[in-house]
Design a protein around this ligand. Structure first.
Ligand code: IPD
Ligand code: CA
Ligand code: CA
Length: 255
């Protein structure tokens, strides 16, 4: 029931992305520069929440655009109705819907659906991760020098030691490829299926990483903060890798 509802909800969101994609739609600005929210974000969120509420009306919901629907429940749905909104608004197909489910504060299930790339990633705690139904695993690369990495930049630049641009420069100067796709949820899923060895970002929100975090772990990867401590969705920094380059990545991030 939980899995079926998750899949139904994520497809309901995906239908809205497809409906609005490359059409004329309303775009508003949120806090920061070019931090956009479109009509499609709201439509996707509404469709997803309708599905969840129809099956689990007493579950807690945290969703990027509407905030919290507080319920006295140990079950919490964490929703990003479009991850990669800037891409979406520009007609760039690297965007997705991301939904994670927490039970008693632990991620137990997550899905990330990219309707334009036709990729549905899914994970259930203890049962592995899949891409379009087939099991996936992280890569087997053991060194950062031979890795392909991915990162993202916050909407308002973080002026801190080893900030996003400093770290980016550090890897690039050494010849290590670092991509910037514009969707943290897709970045995480692409670590999970072995396309990237590692992903790091300085300032994510719970809805960006909820599903992808579990998808990486269940594919055999490792997720922590920048100093190797247990990852929490409710703090900003994330390092997700294939596990094999994790300790070396922590050294790189230290400066
Ligand atoms: C953003 C994307 C981007 C990341 C930002 C996020 P949004 O989410 O995941 O890749 O760099 O930090 O805020 O705004 O498109 O849902
Ligand atoms: Ca997001
Ligand atoms: Ca979003």
């Amino acid at each position: 029931m939980l899995k079926n509802t998750l899949i139904e909800a994520i497809h309901a969101g995906g239908i809205e992305l497809q409906r609005y994609y490359n059409t004329v739609f309303h775009i508003a600005n949120k806090e920061g520069v070019n931090n956009l929210v479109t009509e499609a974000d709201h439509a996707s969120e509404k469709a997803i929440i309708e599905v969840i509420k129809s099956k689990f009306p007493d579950h807690f919901i945290l969703s990027e655009e509407c905030g919290e629907i507080v319920m006295d429940s140990n079950m919490k749905w964490i929703i990003d109705p479009i991850d990669g909104t800037v891409n979406f608004a520009h007609g760039i197909p690297i965007c997705c819907v991301s939904i994670g489910i927490e039970k008693d504060g632990e991620m137990i299930m997550g899905a990330v659906y990219s309707p334009f790339l036709k990729e549905l990633f899914f994970a259930e705690k203890g049962a592995g991760s899949s891409l379009n139904g087939a099991p996936i695993n992280v890569s087997k690369e053991t060194t950062v020098m031979k890795s392909c990495l991915v990162t993202g930049f916050p909407y308002s630049y973080l002026d801190e030691p080893n900030g996003p641009l400093q770290l980016f420069e550090k890897f690039i100067r050494k010849g290590i490829p670092v991509r910037r796709l514009g969707s943290a949820a897709i970045d995480l899923c692409w670590v999970a299926c072995g396309r990237f060895e590692g992903f790091y970002e300085h300032q994510l929100q719970a809805w960006d990483s909820a599903a992808g975090y579990l998808i990486v772990e269940e594919a055999g990867g490792k997720v922590t903060n920048f100093i190797g401590e247990k990852y929490s969705l409710y703090q900003p920094k994330i390092l997700a890798t294939n596990g094999l380059i994790h300790e070396e990545m922590i050294e790189w991030l230290k400066g």
